[in-house]
Design a binder for this molecule. Structure first.
Ligand SMILES: [Zn+2]
Length: 495
């Protein structure tokens, strides 16, 4: 493998990005991201989008054995719920490479750390000059740039996305606020660079991706100028919050790898971003499809269709809750080489979903990740062959433009998976399983809980008491109590 000459001058742990093929400034491109000790990532590619350090539904041993992913994205907000009262456990973990060891991630998997989950939940408090608001599993917390850089220094991820000041959830952002966004982001990025400069020779260092804000170039020109003039040698990539502003990216930053923080809602949107030159993605729709019981079903390039133009477009996914799969002994997708498709069939997976058995979502999640892995392999082959634009057009003609809607029930949803707009609404996060308060009190007693006197806490307690007991309305209370014992024996799930 030939390495660029400049690699000799870099410290051995430095990230390298080689552009293998580009066809213009706003065009799909091929690259290779490499870091000593980690698997090389051929781009365009996607990173596993973790929740509290793991891919939802997939345990570390299954991740090792059954998932083909060279890198993952993690969010600091998933680990610091004890802040500021206590030092979060992960920051007390005194071993080399603590983040990786904490979540039992394989040694060769690249770790990208950002402050917020992908996609982030809008926070009710706004950021200030000194602090960014996070949404942890127990509520909203603010952290300073100093705290972020210290946490990053301690956790030793491979790549860190600089803190960005983005007011999520606001419909319109005033000019003054936009000025502040670029001022703060600039100053927080400097903090991160200064922190890394203070790391002693020989100690592990992290690479920095600079955020590019979702506002017009004019409004962040001051920040971008400083980025290009003073900081370009210190950053290894950019994190782009609005893919359609790639046009505005200064030329000096073009050779850097681009991580999309602009969440694609469908494979078509993914293709659009790739065609603008985006390199790395996190794809939240994979896990949301899994949770909805949808088995993704698309390939790139799309199959050659022998049918006429008038045939309806093919769906991007199969809803596994539909009755037609109850006796179907076919794989999720014919020809798919994933574990789920080679070992099990649709009827079994539907049975698992109906029984609320975690294995059902695990199998779907494995399959859905495998579908995206082959999708990206197809995208890279198509760019290499020079047929990408035509293949995108064929894909758009072949498939429906959006993923199928959710019909069945998903796994139990937790607070940090919710948009804050949902808070305070009458609708319940999880359906209520019991009507009678007497029965409920009995159930709570079995859990060692006292009935709560604060009416506003009622929902919260209900949910906790009823873990795993949904869809039991109309069942004899004695039977309910029996099944609760079984639930207790299994213990609460810790995802
Ligand atoms: Zn499969």
């Amino acid at each position: 493998m030939t390495q660029p000459a400049r690699l000799d001058q870099l410290p051995p742990e430095m990230l390298d990005f080689a552009l293998l093929k580009t066809t213009g400034t706003l065009a799909a491109r091929l690259g290779r991201l490499s870091l000593p000790g980690r698997s090389n990532i051929l781009t365009p590619a996607f990173l596993g989008n973790t929740s509290r350090g793991v891919l939802p539904h997939i345990s570390p041993d299954n991740f090792r054995k059954l998932v083909e992913l060279e890198g993952v994205y993690m969010a600091l907000e998933d680990f610091v719920e004890k802040h500021p009262q206590k030092t979060p456990p992960i920051l007390q973990f005194d071993v080399p490479d603590p983040l990786r060891r904490f979540v039992a991630l394989p040694k060769d998997t690249l770790v990208v750390l950002g402050a917020r989950r992908q996609p982030p939940i809008a926070t009710p408090m706004s950021n200030t000059n000194a602090e960014v608001t996070l949404s942890t599993s127990v509520g909203f917390r603010s952290i300073s740039s100093e705290y972020y850089t210290a946490a990053v220094r301690k956790l030793q991820p491979d790549i860190v996305v600089g803190l960005a000041d983005i007011p999520y959830g606001q419909e319109s952002i005033g000019l003054k606020r936009k000025d502040k966004m670029s001022d703060r982001t600039e100053s927080w990025l400097r903090d991160l660079i200064a922190k890394r400069a203070s790391i002693e020779q020989g100690d592990p260092r992290f690479s920095i991706f600079a955020p590019i804000l979702p506002i017009d170039r004019d409004l962040q020109s001051w920040y971008l100028e400083h980025l290009v003039d003073d900081m370009v040698d210190q950053i290894s990539g950019v994190a782009i919050y609005d893919a359609y502003l790639l046009d505005d990216l200064p030329d000096e930053l073009h050779a850097l790898p681009r991580l999309s923080c602009h969440m694609p809602a469908s494979p078509q949107e993914l293709l659009r971003q790739i065609s603008l030159g985006m390199d790395l993605f996190t794809i939240p729709f994979i896990s949301s499809a899994t949770d909805a019981g949808i088995s993704l079903d698309f390939t790139f390039p799309a199959p050659q269709s022998a049918e006429s133009d008038s045939t309806p477009r093919r769906s991007l996914g199969v809803d596994m809750w539909l009755a037609e799969h109850a006796v179907a002994v076919t794989p999720l997708t014919e020809g798919c080489a994933c574990y789920a498709c080679t070992q099990h069939h649709r009827a079994y997976i539907q049975h698992l979903l109906s029984a609320k058995e975690m294995l059902g979502w695990l199998l779907l999640q494995l399959h859905n990740h495998a579908v995206l892995s082959s999708f990206f392999a197809g995208v890279r082959a198509s760019i290499a062959a020079g047929t990408f634009d035509a293949d995108v057009a064929a894909f758009e003609a072949f498939y429906e433009p959006a993923l199928p809607a959710k019909t069945g029930q998903g796994p139990r949803v937790r607070g940090y998976q919710f948009q804050s707009a949902d808070h305070g609404h009458a609708a319940r996060k999880n359906p209520k399983a019991f009507r009678s308060l007497d029965e409920l009190a009995k159930l709570k007693a079995m859990h060692g809980q006292q009935p709560n006197r604060k009416p506003q806490m009622q929902d919260v307690i209900d949910d906790e008491a009823l873990v795993g007991l949904v869809q039991m309305e109309g069942v004899d209370p004695a039977v309910q109590l029996e099944s609760l014992k079984v639930e207790d024996a299994d213990g609460d799930d810790k995802a």
